[in-house]
Design a protein around this ligand. Structure first.
Ligand SMILES: C[S@@+](CC[C@H](N)C(=O)[O-])C[C@H]1O[C@@H](n2cnc3c(N)ncnc32)[C@H](O)[C@@H]1O
Length: 272
């Protein structure tokens, strides 16, 4: 009996408790949600982190929130190590985001929002393409947003007047309500169920009728998320061939064994 009691106490103080404190009830694990990008590993200053033991316990989901970057990290571009493909494929994977959005109908005149923009890997290309004032990006990690602002200055993109914000739990309050195009590139597979629900409540608030929202890495998606009836699925891509392209994600910097992880890409349209 004593042994059972001791085991219960140890469990409550250990991994069982840690898991409950970081994952709201009903949330799926990131493994279940089909993560494709490397997990963030903590402070950007610790660039000597050993590779994570893939056989060990997975870190809690939504841990991008915990990444911290110093000014030196930003200067040295160390934020790149937190995104899949890291520095080696940064430019190609970023440019792909603009390519994809254009293929799906983005025009320079559209008021656009980059949801979970991170350190604007795709954002720099989108800011450059869009008319001044039309790019908005947000992320829940304030250091990624600080890095994004520095990148805008470094790339001489201030004249495009991008709006970059830190937003928690997909709160629509600081956002405008007339966006015409949204991109959610490799974001929601990293979030727990609570944040996914918040995301779908938010998009009902901030998009214009007729607006499109593009969600990549959407294996976890099903239409029950659209129960409000404001958005409908208008396309679900399982390859780039649907866009009349011979290209594959490999041409844009993805590894051959991970080429299909960005699919399905779901296009939602605001129908009322
Ligand atoms: C793999 S990165 C992709 C970043 C960017 N979209 C890109 O492709 O370069 C995932 C991003 O989603 C952000 N993110 C995850 N959950 C979020 C949430 N609930 N609210 C806002 N941002 C979130 C992370 O901080 C991170 O910047």
């Amino acid at each position: 009996m004593k042994m059972i009691l001791v085991a219960c106490v140890l469990w409550a103080l250990g991994c069982g408790e840690a898991d409950r404190s970081t994952r709201p009830e009903g949330a799926r694990s990131d493994a279940a949600a089909g993560v494709d990008e490397p997990e963030p590993t903590g402070s950007g200053t610790a660039n000597t982190d050993p590779p994570r033991d893939r056989t060990g316990p997975r870190p809690p989901i939504d841990s991008y929130q915990k990444v911290r970057l110093t000014e030196e990290d930003v200067e040295q571009g160390r934020y790149k190590k937190y995104m899949g493909g890291k520095a080696e494929t940064w430019d190609r994977r970023g440019a792909f985001q603009l390519h994809l959005a254009r293929e799906l109908g983005l025009e320079p005149s559209h008021k656009f929002i980059d949801i979970g923009c991170g350190p604007i890997r795709g954002g720099v290309h989108l800011i450059d393409y869009l008319e001044a004032g039309n790019y908005w990006g947000f992320d829940y990690n304030e250091d990624f947003i600080s890095a994004a602002k520095q990148i805008v200055r470094d790339q001489g993109l201030e004249a495009k007047r991008p709006t970059l914000l830190t937003v928690q739990e997909f709160d629509p309050t600081p956002l405008d309500s007339d966006f015409e195009f949204g991109l959610v590139f490799s974001v929601l597979q990293h979030t727990n169920e609570h944040n996914k629900r918040r995301f779908f409540e938010m998009i009902d608030e901030v998009f214009h009728p007729g607006a499109k929202v593009i969600i990549t890495h959407a294996k976890w998606f099903d239409e029950s998320y659209l129960e409000s009836g404001v958005f409908e699925v208008t396309r679900a891509l399982d390859s780039l061939a649907v866009l009349g392209s011979d290209e594959t994600p490999i041409d844009w910097g993805w590894d051959p064994e991970k080429r299909d992880r960005m699919f399905p890409i779901v296009e939602l349209t605001r129908v009322r």
